[in-house]
Design a protein around this ligand. Structure first.
Ligand SMILES: [Zn+2]
Length: 337
């Protein structure tokens, strides 16, 4: 089985963006507009998008979450974020219900700048316990480009981590849009987010307090694998534990859109810590003019690694996802055959 742990509903019908635009415009006042999207519209937008690509590329299950750039936690206030988050998570649940077995839910969290992530606990619980979601996307920068909050290792985040551990739900550390013109969203802010999150973990003692907490750093970990020696050296100079210890809790996905990058990632962090993902349909949607294949068809890069054993490949495609997301096997086992 090939499990893709990183997919977004970027093809949602336009009513969603229109609803969101009206919601943002009305921030601070009660907003009661109903979002109206039919099952057929969902079938069409997914069937012609993510489901088609899943079949064409030969993958089996895709973790599905709301559009990451659309989380946009800085808009409005906490109430705005709560309402938006419930709305998009409900939509993800509908996709997973209409295509059982093809898509498994991962939720957005109702974060808001300066607000304790304790406010995310209820929504996480709802999505996991009522909807059968297996993970969440955690935005390390709810200010969307200005990094005004505390690092992920700060006790500020602990109420959410406590619930994640209790529910056995890992988080993908995933920033949202960038309001800062210095940082292009998917080209800079995303990779900054991945890299900064890892560096915070190097300097903090988070996993001493939460030994079973698990994070997936997407987009191949940003600069992390390429600069592994730098991080090892910084940790050593700072009398920190060897960074390899983080590999008990931190995993990296394969959303790196060229072969050399994926090969390097596997070589540096090892097959036990790489989880297959494509982020379809996401940041890079085009066909590589050199190869004639989609940039985000990441299975091609994993398949091309010559010295990867069958066992290692099975870990990347399936075993690691089941290990890091323990609820997944239960969700798949409960599906009607
Ligand atoms: Zn993503």
């Amino acid at each position: 089985m090939i499990i893709d742990v990183h997919g977004h509903y970027t093809t949602a019908p336009p009513q969603l963006a229109e609803w969101r635009r009206r919601q943002i415009a009305s921030a601070g006042t009660p907003f009661t507009d109903k979002l109206s999207i039919s099952d057929d519209e969902i079938r069409h937008t997914v069937g012609d998008g993510q489901l088609r690509l899943q079949k064409e590329r030969g993958t089996d299950v895709t973790f599905f979450s709301p559009t990451a750039g659309g989380m946009a936690h800085h808009y409005g206030d906490e109430t705005t974020s709560q309402q938006w988050t419930r709305t998009v998570n409900d939509l993800i649940h509908r996709v997973c219900t209409l295509f059982p077995g093809n898509f498994v839910g991962v939720c957005q969290l109702p974060q808001s700048p300066g607000v304790s992530p304790a406010n995310c606990v209820q929504e996480l619980e709802r999505c996991v316990e009522e909807y059968g979601f297996v993970g969440c996307n955690l935005n390390p920068d709810p200010s969307d480009g200005y990094w005004t909050g505390p690092p992920l290792t700060d006790r500020f985040w602990y109420p959410l981590y406590e619930k994640m551990v209790e529910l056995e739900v890992p988080a993908m550390i995933h920033v949202s849009m960038s309001c800062n013109p210095n940082f292009h969203g998917t080209g800079a802010h995303y990779l900054n987010g991945d890299t900064s999150a890892f560096m915070q973990l190097v300097l903090g003692d988070l996993f001493r307090d939460f030994p079973t907490l698990k994070f997936v750093i997407p987009h191949g970990g940003g600069a992390v694998p390429y600069h592994w020696g730098r991080y090892r050296g910084i940790a050593q100079d700072a009398h920190r534990p060897p960074i390899d210890e983080l590999l008990n809790n931190v995993f990296f996905d394969t959303c790196v859109y060229h072969y050399a990058g994926v090969r390097l990632l596997v070589e540096v962090v090892g097959a036990d810590n790489v989880i297959f993902a494509s982020e379809m349909i996401g940041a890079v949607r085009g066909v590589d003019s050199r190869t004639g294949h989609y940039f985000d068809d990441t299975k091609r890069y994993v398949d091309a690694i010559p010295d990867l054993s069958e066992t290692e490949q099975a870990k990347i495609y399936e075993g690691n996802a089941r290990r890091v997301y323990p609820r997944l096997s239960r969700v798949l086992a409960a599906l009607p055959r």
